[in-house]
Design a protein around this ligand. Sequence first.
Ligand code: SF4
Length: 425
Amino acid sequence: MRDSMRAGNPPLQLPQFQLYQPKPTHPNWQEVYREAAKLAWNIAQNIDLKRDPLAGTIFQKRKFLALIKTLKNLFINKRKMAKNDHNFNPLFYIWTMTNQCNFLCSYCSNHRGGKYPELFRQGLTKNLTTAQGLKLLEIMKEASAIYFCGGEPTLRKDLPELLNYSTKLNMFNMINTNGSLIGDLLLNPRYSKFLSQMDVVIVSLDALNISQMAEIYKVNEPLSRKVLRNILALRILQNFVHFKLIVNTVITPDNIEESFDIMNWCNDLGICFSPVSANIDHDPDYTLLKNPRYQALVEKILERANQGYSMIASPRMLKRLLRAKGILCHPKVFDHIDYDGRAFWPCKAYQQAVMINIFDYKNVKEMHKAAKKIIDATNFHGDGANQCQGHCAWMQNVVNDTYARALIQGFFDSGILNEIRGMMG
Ligand code: SF4
């Protein structure tokens, strides 16, 4: 495929499906693929093609430095854990860059009972300026990774500048997008470095049936179809630039059958699949967990993970995530910063979370030191008095659980190094 692109011809052949069985309600894949190939071809003319021979390996300078930071913080946090102090140096941070979104997904949740686009409509619109965004990145640079989120992060006009700076700070960069705008944005010269800087691109996809997508996202069908075109274009662009493409599916009672299809589609196309069951505020959807079709889906996901198909995490982590069992949440493995530069302490899902203005601090360590005096995050998760009362089962909870286990059990026994390698690879 790469050769045909380099020779000046976009690849027009859709790879053969083996596991995925197209349904009459699904789009004509040849047509979507043809559009994706054309788009990818046009984007490829715009991409910075100076290839780093080490891209895609942990020896790429930026990734290597991020890894060193991760290991340094692992040792520091191991000492904290030994002293029963759970106010860790953060592994990564999530930045809700804006509440604005051009979708209104049925399952959308800000983990506190709100939906981002509605919060935006209610007036929570005062996003950080570019200068403040750059300052935020500077303050948070002790973390190894940043997760650009929203709302819809691609709605921020200064995303390329902010990404440029986090790259300069040797951060490992991740983004979660609804995938509707990214294809057209990548044609813009300001986005020429985007794919070589963004290490992980996570695109939400909750159905392959376009009218069902439109219903879930509350948008029109052409925009829903664009998401599929853009995912396929990104997949083609992986021939040019190294980045990890992940498709994230939020499983709800309404899209279980479509989730089977998305998994098969991803597995056939070699796209990393990230399944997560919808939560309701700070609890899993227990009715969904008991649904026999959901349970069959989880079995299939675990089977595929064990067979080596590309998945966001190991079978061990996926099992805890999708069955929402045995997650020992340690919320201070990461920080969650809101659109206005305030961090939720100790976690966003806790209704009485304290909001810390991170601009009051020189760096993240100082911010944590001050916040710890207000609420100590040690043994914060649980059902006891003074504990969170939550049972969140989002990916971030399973990540912080796995990280905390590594601090207790040791880095090799816990499998943390493999999880990190899987994400970075
Ligand atoms: S500490 Fe409790 S409320 Fe906070 S994210 Fe973890 S489980 Fe949810």
